[in-house]
Design a protein around this ligand. Sequence first.
Ligand code: NAD
Length: 471
Amino acid sequence: MSQTDTPTLLDSVTVPVEQGRAIPDAATRETIGYAPVHTVADLDAAIASARAAQPAWSALGHAQRSRILNSIADEIEANAEELAVLLSREQGKPLNGPNARFEVGACAVWTRDAADTVLEPEVVFEAEDSRAEIHYDALGVVGAIGPWNWPMMISVWQIAPSLRMGNTVVVKPSEYTPLSVLALVEIFNRHLPAGVLTAVSGDREVGAALAAHPGLDKIMFTGSTATGRRIVESSAHNLARLTLELGGNDAGIVLPGTDVAAIADDLFWGCFINTGQTCAALKRLYVHDSVYDEVVDTLAGMAAAVPMGGGLDEGNVLGPLQNEKQFEIVSRLVEDARARGARVVVGGEPATDLGPLFYRATVVADIEDGASLVDEEQFGPAIPVIKYTDLDDAVRRANASQQGLGASVWSSDPDEAVEVATRLQAGTVWINQHGALNPHIPFGGTKQSGYGQEFGVAGLKAVAAPKVISR
Ligand code: NAD
């Protein structure tokens, strides 16, 4: 409890030690609270409540649901600092930089956008004596399953449009970051009728049971490609509609003649946002040999200087890896690169002076496709920079991945950049930026990065049942 005895958000979402699972502070590894361990029986109850609440929620109509979602956005803003501190401790991302305060701010922005975006019936055919329209109805109950890297923001992307369209939602946060999402759901529930939004805080088994549940109409899933495949298999039984936002191994291409100083800041954050633990971060950078040394030296200089450490320290902008598994993946990939003879320009080792799961911001040069650090998703602060001489070859290598979430082209010539962008296989190709998202611009992957789009009108359609009315 706080000194004034008003329960904090953390108080309201933690359970007594004997009923819960200890959740560590990502930086210090000290326990910050105990998350409830819900079971498949709890999940059944949550789906039953969601089903019971759905008709009345849908009947409320768009205007009323929009008003409620806008009140929720206000409530997020009113509690922003408390949410950001909890997120920072549990996830590890610092308060400052494009991190915890930024993420909580985005939760309010995306909630408001889901409230205010308009999806009207569409006339698809009209003749003298006939007319067909598509209307968008609620689907029913949506299951929202999220990852640990941007736990609050990604949950909002799943929950807010679903609620707006008249669905009810059962959300299953990642077992690594349940408290952040439970706190967010607590904020939502200050304004929602009972049963409309329920959080089930369980492990992967509960996630699997949610995806396979016969009482479910849609799954919004963000996580790894491997889990995405299992969800597709489950959907063969319940025929739940799917939006799958899966892993990425995004390539960036720096063209000859690029003003490196002008792109340096955006290029660095494209790679290192959230300490590299971002689905649509830049994960393989192809640089023309005419600017290769300048790009490598610039990124290395920035990586050496960027403040990393505990998230509550206002000076830091990079944090730890969120969990041991991810720490081991990053360490393994960098070690493999070193063993192959690649040049670790900066970093390349754990920062044990900062805490057990910190890994120094790392730039690896003189590395080729075929190295695990290039071919696999590192999801951490280690960027491989690959030299190319022939642009067609760079495009071919960028497209050689089975994944296709994002990509980027970096150039001082906008027309040439757009021409290269048209040849890249990805759900989004950014120019002179990477990973910048906007609630009005649809976002989603191609190839094994998933299918379906989120945000804006496309995002509302993804959580709706299209119905043709024809006369
Ligand atoms: P993960 O797939 O291990 O877990 C994601 C969620 O799925 C967790 O809540 C987990 O409990 C649940 N889950 C596990 N097994 C399940 C099953 N069989 N059925 C249903 N649910 C199950 O992913 P993660 O490690 O939390 O996240 C990292 C991955 O997510 C990275 O690959 C990253 O690129 C990807 N990601 C993608 C996006 C995007 O928008 N495309 C955004 C963020 C993260």
